[in-house]
Design a protein around this ligand. Sequence first.
Ligand code: HEM
Length: 474
Amino acid sequence: MDGTFQAANPSSTEQPPLRELAADPLITRDYEARPALVYESLRARHGAVAPVDLLGVPVWLALGYAEVLEVLQNRGRVWSKRLDAWRDYAEGRVPRDWPLLPALEVDHVVFQEGRRLEELRGAYHAALRPFQDPSSPQAGELRAATARYADELIDVITEGGDSGFADLSAQYARPLPLMVVDRLLGFANGADEEVLMDMWRVLDAGPDSGPALERLLSALAGLAAAKMTRPGEDFPSYMLAARPEFTVDELSRELMMLVAVAGDFPGVLISNTVVEVINGGAGARESLSSGLIRETVNRVVMANPPMANLTMRCPSTDVRLGGRLIRAGEPVMLSVAAAHADPAFTGGADPSRSDRVYQTRAHLAWGAGPHHCLGVGLATMIVEIAIERLFSRFGALSLTLPSDQLPWRSSPLMRGLRSLPVRYRVAPRPAQAAPAPRPAPADPGAPPASAVSQPEQSRSALWRFLRGLRRGGR
Ligand code: HEM
């Protein structure tokens, strides 16, 4: 495979269009419980690219590693993420109430191509650099703040006693990245407290998510407008510095993208990593015990990528992919999770196979090519600190459910836990414990040192909510 796309003969008639093919529903109870089995069954029946019914809409699902990589790399510039490249959508055949539409009909970086994509990615790259470049002071402050947030969350969990029960998803993995995003956004004067709770309500897509989304969009628009006149040392201001022509509307859409991705996916990865470490799966516990948290996270994204399936791409002309004819405008969803299980990637039962492309770091969990993730440094920083603080503060953690009964959030795109119920025991404090990282004194956005042990002073809504979740008990 040389990575260049193969144009198909446009007059080819050997295969009917996607919408006329028989396709099995992808999202079933089996998928929610054991998606790997569903991918394997599709691979066995259809090969590297399968027609599936995605909540009532026909799409191709690319399951092969080589095919997913080929589309991601897009060397022939034939694949587009723009929604108007999808023929059924452009011609009105996608029902208006299709559940994935709200996530796709958003005009931000993820669904751009060409010059606009390059411009927006350039702004992200510049705006994230101060937080992702380990040598910059902001990155150091953010690391210290993240460790402090992690310790504050653990303090609340353990208020009920040195041992007990907790839901590490709701009480730790989900709020931590939201607290980091909240800090990146740079709201002034604690206006962010309710915004943070609204971010959570929106990401949970529960009954109160509609009004929460309206409040959130209005808060982000207000923030974007405020940063145009009073810039600070924060993500929106750096975006504006990199691309001054942003309108309030455009910038607030990108801020919403930051909330949706950076506020949610690191939490998914924290929970998945905790489960792997507790179970000792995929060599994770061994990696952690030798201090190699980065390697642990790497193993986890390979075994269980948080973005299991990527939003669709459509070709601008008929192409061949994995032996299939994909007609211009037909949507292809890329399954990173299935690609990671492809025997051509893993080596299957025979590690000496000549087509084996497995390498520890050749995974696709951060994407690849022109849409490759721009926040890898930030995401791994949050996850590594979260795991380090958790396994330092707790001497024992065990699941209270067998791992095959853990409840998963229902999503065709993401593989994340709905809850992570554990029993914990606090680790004995070392005789001379190192002091918890404190905010740099010059940081005006950080709470005073006295607030570190009293987080409710600065985050009462969040802390009231988290205290309501405490299970305590011995
Ligand atoms: C565990 C956490 C994360 C995972 C697993 C992840 C994974 C990914 C993947 C797979 C893509 C490619 C999507 C595609 O090609 O369709 C992507 C894109 C992106 N990610 Fe991340 N990401 C994470 C966290 C973050 C964070 C913290 C940021 C910070 C801002 C971020 C910013 C972006 C952006 C801006 C894009 C869009 C790039 C584009 O479409 O050109 N990500 N991410």
